[in-house]
Design a protein around this ligand. Structure first.
Ligand code: HEC
Ligand code: HEC
Ligand code: HEC
Ligand code: HEC
Length: 509
């Protein structure tokens, strides 16, 4: 992975960022298994977010044959076996059980050297996402670390819930009590689950893959919940209880909210570090902007106006484009997916986007203020979605997958003054976000929509990174006008085939 070409660049300095607050742990009370009283349910709490006061337990604590170590990969009762087993490359496996081991590979060794971190497998900076950190005694700590992203990383630190989660009374606890009283993350709730995935796959206030990590060799991390769920190399150790297409529709909607929430929190934390002048902070932090706006072949920009109406001024790399592209559609459709829920307004989010996509990078103080407001708005929305996930849910009305596919394809397009249908944004991240949403709707129909398949395959083909020749970075560096044209044509095809008959061809509704 090498040589990304540069054109437009916002001026800024790049140094290593990172402020770490390892989760505090408290010793267990040592009493016999018993449930704790419930917590008064007044203020909204997003399950799994922020530090838990409880300590993690090694995944081996879950591996008894009668618990989750049944040994039959893919079977109920064999969750630990499924997570741990290597079936790669002949079949999918769970990448999380390898997450610590990758810190020993040549890329990690090289990164740690460039960043002056000592050994990658000892650097908290890396371990925060590639393992589960704890303050237990050294041998327990070492055992937990070596397991990589173990059970506690996704199901919550097990200190308190380990001895009670199999009791019949456990089932009577609310999700809120499971999290607040026991530190258990109720992963069946898609909001809790997705926010947790995003904390590593996007980052959070204490976990940051910034531009220095990228420049040192870290693969780009992007977060799209439906895409990660359907990642071909990921073997699940569970079967989804929510039927298709409801599961995918809700996952896509919740995923948009969770991704933007994580991006906004990262931005807020980066602004805070810049304001505090932490030695590692950089402002603006390039990692929060669209990579391929800066990293592209010289001369490519000029010809693009023939196929696209770029929404941002030349030279402005958009802020978290992938996480922003589908959010308005998710907001619009959340009351369809969760009947009774009021769609959020997201005014503060729009203000933040406008601030970030202006011709000059705004000051960290302004950004911190606006990001905090936007975060409040997103948290309120997620809290509503979370409550809806906990409650009894009605089926999503039929036809919603077609409507969402139509909305997303339409979102990729716009109409020029001359009446021609152009791409609304030719940024790779924007096109990819719209494509991934359409692909999620295809999954939602169990892949049984043959007419959608061809345009989707073509979109994927255009968006795929070219094969790496040695000494190159992984990027869509040859994103040519021809490719963009093919993308435009396929989004038009998808839009038209899913169009409600009243919608005229071309242009936004
Ligand atoms: C914010 C969380 C986060 C931090 C911090 C982080 N990583 Fe990662 N890392 C990830 C995720 C998520 C992936 C998987 C990326 C993907 O493929 O989607 C990954 C992938 C990798 C890979 C590629 C693994 C493979 O299978 O090819 C390497 C190597 C790596 N990280 C090393 C490091 C090192 C070294 C550090 C510390 C300097 C570090 N990471 C810090 C989240 C993180
Ligand atoms: C990367 C995140 C992640 C990790 C790591 C993880 N899980 Fe899970 N697990 C999930 C998700 C998501 C679900 C699906 C939602 C649910 O059923 O709660 C799940 C479901 C389960 C279920 C319920 C299965 C069912 O059919 O209802 C069990 C039991 C379980 N996991 C045990 C484990 C054990 C044991 C480990 C450690 C070896 C582990 N998990 C590691 C994310 C994870
Ligand atoms: C504690 C941090 C952490 C959490 C939480 C987490 N992941 Fe990961 N995930 C990682 C790391 C690190 C890797 C890279 C591991 C490797 O390359 O072996 C990874 C890799 C993956 C991959 C493979 C990506 C690729 O491009 O190869 C998928 C898919 C994935 N995770 C899905 C999920 C989902 C879904 C959730 C939530 C249910 C989740 N992860 C939660 C840290 C995390
Ligand atoms: C505002 C412009 C800008 C944005 C946005 C940007 N970069 Fe960069 N990038 C640069 C500049 C300038 C350099 C060279 C200086 C340096 O290494 O910091 C660079 C260097 C790099 C390098 C090292 C290249 C080499 O040959 O050593 C990598 C890798 C990289 N960037 C990846 C990314 C990724 C991934 C993203 C998106 C998450 C991104 N960049 C976003 C401007 C940008």
């Amino acid at each position: 992975m090498r040589t990304l070409l540069l054109v437009a660049v916002i001026v800024g300095s790049c140094t290593v960022a990172g402020v770490f607050n390892p989760a505090r742990s408290q010793p267990g009370d040592g009493s016999s298994p018993r449930l704790t009283q419930s917590v008064p349910s007044s203020s909204p709490v997003l399950y799994g977010l922020g530090e838990s006061p409880f300590a993690p337990r090694p995944s081996t604590s879950c591996a008894a044959a009668s618990c989750h170590g049944g040994g039959q990969v893919g079977k109920v009762g064999s969750e630990h076996s499924s997570w741990a087993a290597e079936v790669f490359p002949s079949g999918p496996s769970d990448p999380h059980s390898r997450a610590y081991q990758v810190l020993f590979n040549p890329v990690s060794v090289e990164m740690a050297k460039k960043l002056n971190l000592g050994e990658a497998h000892r650097a908290e900076r890396c371990l925060k996402c590639h393992a589960v950190l704890t303050h237990e005694e050294p041998d327990v700590r070492a055992a937990i670390l070596a397991e990589g992203v173990g059970c506690s990383a996704c199901h919550g630190p097990a200190e308190k819930w380990l001895s009670v989660h199999y009791l019949p009374e456990w089932q009577t606890l609310s999700s809120r009590d499971k999290w607040l009283k026991y530190g258990f993350i109720p992963t069946k709730n898609l909001v809790a689950r997705t926010l947790n995935c995003a904390s590593c796959h996007m980052g959070d206030s204490s976990r940051d893959v910034n531009h220095d990590l990228y420049a040192a060799g870290h693969p780009r991390i992007t977060f799209e919940a439906a895409r990660l769920h359907y990642h071909p190399d990921y073997r699940h150790h569970w079967t989804e209880k929510t039927p298709q297409p409801d599961f995918e529709i809700r996952l896509w909607i919740v995923g948009q909210a969770a991704a933007l929430r994580a991006a906004t929190d990262l931005l807020r934390a980066r602004a805070e570090r810049a304001l505090a002048h932490t030695p590692e902070s950089a402002w603006p932090e390039f990692a929060g902007y669209s990579c391929y706006a800066c990293h592209q072949r010289v001369g490519e920009g000029a010809v693009r106006n023939s196929v696209s109406a770029m929404p941002r001024p030349l030279g402005v790399a958009g802020w978290e484009v992938l996480a922003n592209t589908g959010v308005a559609i998710a907001a619009q459709y959340c009351s369809t997916a969760y009947p009774g829920l009021t769609p959020p307004t997201l005014t503060e989010v729009q203000r933040l986007r406008k601030l970030m996509d202006g011709p000059r990078p705004p000051s960290p103080a302004t950004v911190r203020q606006q990001a905090t407001k936007a975060l409040g708005e997103l948290d309120a929305w997620l809290a509503e979605l979370q409550t809806a996930e906990d409650g009894k849910r009605q089926p999503v009305p039929s036809g919603t997958t077609e409507q969402l596919l139509h909305a997303l394809a339409n979102n990729a397009l716009t109409r020029s003054a001359g009446g021609e249908t152009l791409l609304a944004d030719h940024d790779w991240d924007a096109l990819t976000a719209n494509y991934l949403g359409c692909a999620a709707m295809y999954h939602a129909r169990g892949g049984r929509m043959p007419s959608w398949q061809k345009p989707l395959d073509s979109l994927r083909e255009q968006l795929r990174f070219p094969a790496l020749t040695s000494g190159q970075w992984n990027s869509p560096a040859d994103f040519t006008v021809q490719k963009l044209n093919t993308l435009r044509e396929n989004f038009i095809l998808l839009r038209n085939m899913s169009a409600p008959s009243a919608t005229p061809e071309g242009g936004k509704k």
